[in-house]
Design a protein around this ligand. Sequence first.
Ligand code: UGA
Length: 439
Amino acid sequence: MNISVYGLGRVGLVTAVCFARKGYTVFGFDQNVQLIEQIRRHEAPFHEPHLADYINETVRNRRLHLNEENSESEFIFITVGTPSTSDGGIDLSQVKRAAAKIELAPSTVKRIIVVKSTVIPGTARMLADTIFNKVPNNGAKVCSNPEFLREGNAIQDTEFPDRIIIGGDDHAAMQKLEGLYKDFCGQRIPPVVQTTFENAEMIKYASNAFLATKISFINCLAGIASKTQNADIKSIANGIGLDPRIGDKFLNAGLGWGGSCFPKDLDALLAYSKKVRYDALILKATRDTNKRQWKTAVTYAKAALGSFKNKKISVLGLAFKPDTDDMREAVSIRIINQLVKMEANVAVFDPAAMNTARKIWGKKVTYAKDPQECVKGSYCCILATEWDEFRILEPHFFLTQMAKPILVDGRRVYDPKRYRNAGIKFFAIGLGPVQDDGK
Ligand code: UGA
């Protein structure tokens, strides 16, 4: 069976290679010629575990075709970007352009247009009404099919999704799309929800808004815990997470959420709420809590050091989360900008995001080749992203490398007792003052 994918970004490319690897013939399109060339050379255009292997295999065995016209694709996925507009809404121009292009492309089969890009309620119906139903007897049907993959886990999430949401108003088309997923997932088909276009589109925003709210909630509690003697948000999160109605996922307090999805989707949902005249108070609080969360790192560092002027401060982790090189809306950006503004000599290290970082700061910071070079001689170290290779850094490492062993654990990866007992001046999100904290 032939499948087309329009837009080979983080969602589209992963979707394309996963279908291709399962034996479908996939036609991937992107207007970015450089990106296409990179994939043709079997290179992954961004850091994502296993992606390079999947590209290599599917381009070599000609399951994945790049920018080659095909008139026999029964399913056409739209996976282009939906960037933010200045008022926080979303820019649909790429989606509309892709739809118009698809509509004009020659076809010998009845096509199902699958909108995977994250779009506000009403978008897929609008595309169906204004583009695909326009031409009499065109025969193309539209389904909404939001994507829930996480960066850094994209291949696994695509191959083993935990639910499949299909929105639409054509029963036969929705059944066909469900059939495609049944075939793709085999025995491991998760629950499938068939619903309206608008519900499907809203489920995507609601999922991300809920997760962002869960994190902002625990970060809010972390703020209270940090002002409470002998309190620790880790223990509190553990205690509440055991209640199955709450659950233990996405309760890691830290410096806040970033990335290309939560910030953009929350803004888009808020802009949409405004448009439909509903004052979404919880969403505003979720966003505002996150907007200031990064400051905690600087506050702790300042409390311990006083002035940053001409002092080396090391920052471990730049990507918005581990296992990606993506720095969009990463909290590290705000923290480092502030440190630079306060005249610190900032040294940074990230296992994957160094090239991205160089484009952001140029000569304003120094780029270390490993954690040791980063931390060496620094007066304070801030852990901003919880890569596995930072988790294993022992108290001894900080004590022997740093000018002053002051550590701000922005992601709660280290055991406070152990690091404090070893002689490190240790700060962490959501950790209250201890009675015998003499260090
Ligand atoms: C998120 C959703 O989890 C996906 O389901 C969704 O498909 C995706 O957005 C999207 O809309 O495309 P992603 O942005 O890749 O995925 O990353 P997450 O793992 O959700 O993490 C988002 C942010 O929350 C990161 O900055 C992470 O550090 C932070 N986070 C996560 C916390 O601060 N605490 C937690 O407990 C969990």
